[in-house]
Unconditional design. Sequence first.
Lengths: 38, 560
Amino acid sequence: MPDGPPPFLGTWRRVYIAVLVYLILIIGSCYWFTRVFA
Amino acid sequence: MSTVDWIVLFATLTSIVAYGLYRSRGSNTVDRFLLAGKTMPWYAMALSIMATQASAVTFISTTGQSYVDGMRFVQFYFGLPIAMVILCATVVPAFHRAKVFTAYEYLEQRFDSKTRALASIIFLCQRGLSAGLTLYAPAIVLSAILGWPDRVTILLMGITVITYTSLGGVKAVTWSDVQQMCIIFFGLIAALVVVIRLLPHAVSFPDALFLAGAAGRLNAVTTHFDPNDRFTLWSGLIGGTFLFLSYFGCDQSQVQRYLTGSSIEQSRLSLLFNAVAKIPMQFFILFIGAMVFVFHLFVQPPILFEAAEAERIQASNAYRPMAEHYSQAFDRRRQAALDLIAAHHAHDTAGETERVEEYRAAQRDLDGARDQAARLVENTGGEHGYSDTNYIFLSFVTRYLPVGLVGLIIAVIFAATMSASAGEINSLATVTMVDLYRRYFRRGAADHHYLMASRWATVFWGAYAIASAGLGRKLGSLIVAVNVMGSLFYGSLLGVFVLAFFFRRVRGTAAFLGMLAGEAVVFAAFFYTGISFLWYNVIGCAVVIVTAVAITDWSTPASA
């Protein structure tokens, strides 16, 4: 079964880190949203 | 519904089924029927994974939850990206390289046949229970709109799903899911645009956000730690991670979606798409519920959103004064909302603070009147713990959305149900055929025999789902009920897969006993404690690991 590199960011490790950074940004945005409109 | 709505509904549903069957031509071997010959592109798998998870419950119940409780439910999905990254790095390559049809087949390669059989049976119990619930959700829709009996709707939906799933296999399921998700996205965007356009001219979109926030309907994140609170940042991050690890790593209804990929890369991309897209999608759905709340600040909602119960309690002597109190409470809240916007526009901070208090007090008054109506339902022979949360969005759709869009939204609910149900039935049939029938009852038969067995297993599980669908009526908030059911079993399944991947010295018997211990503790937690269901996955997983490792240590000679 072939296991090629991802189509972006070069390695899977970088893609995983990007997803986790995205999660932090999403949670931060939701927290900001909650505080602004509370 | 108008004639146009009926045309939109039937045209949408017919095209979904026809397209799925068209794309599934050639599913004439077991490999093609169950794994699509491992030819699916990542975007089809990604949308199929999303569609299988997003049942009608997601749209009916989630919007209602944000209407009454705000957007806290979004935190439930915070663990999803973490789980996806872990699965992409571990489970996805392992399953692909093992060349398995099911996740549980891998357990026999790693442990033994009894561990595989137990995991398969746990999956069949868990998915079998929720399969009926998945079909029940749209039955609420049609019974509310058309006055059809629930059973007729369940039968109609179930037979449609059985037909295309048993004929086209996983390929029909996946390509139908793709089309269903496209329709779902379109329907949701249209619903949000319409609800915002229905707001009074004096209320702008920023005003709507301000009013929803002041009433606590935009509270997406709560940071306090309370194991008994279902939706907090911590339960979402920790409990949610475990739940989604279990769901996407050990539940065949999801594993089967990404096993159809042509490569490990394609399967990983499909999961990572969900990691990125799922939280914004849930946020969006919850936001629709919050905007429906704002709409009803200015247009009086019914005292109960379930029309049949609202009509039934009108015969009670207690109804009239309660309804008058409700109307007065609504007028008070509407005026408080208008006063609050005026103070906000005037940048009158002191006045704004004062009016926020009045607005919230008016909201509590209105909530109290609705609570009285719900208790009246109970006291006049209705179900104990009655809640009309699941009817809020549908009530709004049928009363206020324009002609054509009503049919489309109803089609969205049907599409979501069919996609989730097809995925469940397809995976239940796969496990029954591969892990039980082919393993224990009929080994070494011809491929055509197993293909027919898969088709008949699909028909059996479809019929079972139809027969058990009535269970949904007794379960309150459906979205929570589905996740509670899953959490009763997922922890043990996750635990045994964690053992398989990370505890190389643990063998079959220890893993088997660990799973039994995990299930026993989770059921004890469910029946005898108030611990939130999100923690069951953590508890079950931990008990399986600790028990299996302890048995391994105890049974291994010290000199070994």
